[in-house]
Design a protein around this ligand. Structure first.
Ligand SMILES: *[C@@H]1O[C@H](CO)[C@@H](O)[C@H](O)[C@H]1NC(C)=O
Ligand SMILES: *[C@@H]1O[C@H](CO)[C@@H](O)[C@H](O)[C@H]1NC(C)=O
Length: 151
């Protein structure tokens, strides 16, 4: 991962992906022609503070809103995320950030924080809060909503 990883500004990646919006880079099943200008501006605002994370090749953001990636996060190639993903530290007393392998996919609203390692070939389901390291070749699911009939 380290050899392949490029030190890229997240902002530059996001803008590059949007500029190449005719490709599948941002969201292959969405038509970005109409909302392009709005998306572009919002992504700039959202990602400005995170513009130094180290992320490998083929980084894909589907519906890239409310994405926060700490600048000390390291991720490998083929990293795919969705909206409202947060990757960062556990607070002022614990600034270490996750190190993420190759071929990792995150659902919406996934939170990954702390001094942990995410392996290669990992899929993390929507809404999961990940506080512990994950081995290679894993599927991670958070707690499913429970239904309580009240009448
Ligand atoms: C995408 O949206 C634009 C603007 O609404 C429209 O002109 C264009 O035909 C759409 N393209 C596709 C492939 O649906
Ligand atoms: C991850 O998946 C790829 C493609 O299936 C495979 O080549 C690679 O060995 C896997 N990595 C690990 C650590 O199992």
């Amino acid at each position: 991962m380290a050899a392949a990883a490029l030190r890229l500004a997240v902002l530059a990646v996001a803008i590059g992906a949007l500029v190449a919006s005719s490709s599948a880079a941002v969201c292959p099943h969405a038509n970005h022609t109409a909302p392009f200008a709005a998306d572009f501006t919002m992504l700039q605002h959202q990602l400005r503070g995170t513009a130094a994370a180290t992320i490998g090749r083929r980084f894909t953001i589907h519906h890239g809103y409310a994405v926060v990636i700490n600048k000390f996060v390291v991720a490998g190639d083929d990293f795919t995320i969705r909206h409202a993903v947060t990757i960062g530290n556990r607070g002022p007393d614990s600034l270490a950030c996750p190190v993420i392998g190759n071929n990792v996919e995150l659902g919406a609203n996934v939170v990954i924080i702390g001094d942990i390692t995410i392996g290669n070939n990992v899929t993390i389901g929507a809404g999961s809060v990940v506080l512990d390291s994950i081995p290679d070749n894993a599927l991670v699911v958070g707690e499913k909503a429970r239904v309580k009939v009240i009448k």
